[in-house]
Ligand binder design. Structure first.
Ligand code: OOG
Ligand code: NI
Length: 269
């Protein structure tokens, strides 16, 4: 699969889950801007056959290279960033939940999900926009997961798919700052994640980021129930050059820790 087809498939799944994203993207195009993606991020569980190590080969097969690992002890997550030699291709951020650090009850629910996954499905790149590969959990189980880990509940209900795309603010002409972009987003009627401040990071750490609060969509739960849950959000990132003049390629764990909260159920509406 070539990168063009890969990102078309990802984008199609993403906008189906995140109607706000296509509206926001179009609003910037209508204002004469070129919208380039800074990165795309995925979430998974550290359980075979869907763990980070099982998904990574699809990213490497597209010509990406491992850049740097990250860890988020409070959220019980590990992650890796990937870069591509083509500077206009988005970076990739893969993260996985450390399931053994959750309660036995939460672990049992998540293990039951992972056990239902057909490993042959994971060996195809389309796994990255496959969504939920298991029977829906019950609404009570979702709520129990959500109390321990918003991330766990997100993966249980939405499966494996892009969690967010990110507009590269560096390419915008009339909106040079992340805050300029957030103001347009609010004018369009979308909420902004203000955990840790509206703009996370600063020029000194070479990365500034902001994001919307995730859309909510009605998803199926066990027993034919349906409930609205947070889906995906849109992020905006501005990168700075380092002392050698090279544009920063990484992520900033302290900022990412707050960006994860863009799908918190209590904050999305
Ligand atoms: C990823 C949050 C971190 C970033 O750019 O720092 C992130 C997520 O919500 O899954 O994307
Ligand atoms: Ni991100």
């Amino acid at each position: 699969m070539d990168t063009t087809e890969f990102f078309e498939k990802l984008w199609a799944d993403y906008v189906a889950m995140t109607p706000q994203a296509e509206k926001i993207r179009k609003a910037f195009v209508d204002r004469g801007e070129r919208v380039v993606n800074d990165h795309v991020a995925f979430r998974t569980l550290n359980l075979a056959p869907i763990n980070l190590a099982a998904l990574e080969p699809h990213v490497l097969a597209l010509g990406y290279e491992r850049f740097q690992p990250y860890s988020f002890p409070a959220k019980k997550l590990k992650a890796f960033g990937y870069v591509h030699p083509d500077p206009e291709l988005p970076r990739v951020f893969l993260s996985e939940l450390l399931v053994e650090e959750l309660s036995d009850e939460a672990g049992a629910i998540l293990r039951r999900c992972a056990e239902q996954v057909d490993a042959s499905k994971v060996s195809d790149p389309s796994v990255l926009w496959s969504g939920r590969l298991w029977e829906p959990v019950s609404w009570a189980e979702w709520q129990a997961l959500q109390e321990e880990s918003e991330y766990a509940a997100w993966v249980a209900s939405l499966g494996i798919r892009p969690n967010h795309f990110t507009i590269a603010v560096n390419y915008l002409e009339k909106y040079p700052e992340v805050e300029d972009v957030l103001r347009v987003v609010e004018e369009l009627g979308y909420g902004v994640n203000d955990s840790g401040g509206r703009v996370k990071g600063k020029p000194e750490v070479l990365l500034e980021q902001g994001s919307t609060m995730a859309d909510r969509l009605t998803m199926p739960f066990a027993g034919g129930e349906e409930h609205a849950v947070p889906t995906c959000y849109y992020e905006f990132a501005k990168r700075y050059p380092d002392a050698e003049g090279n544009l920063f390629q990484g992520f900033v764990a302290a900022s990412a820790d707050k960006i994860f909260e863009s799908t918190d159920a209590g904050k999305t509406s």
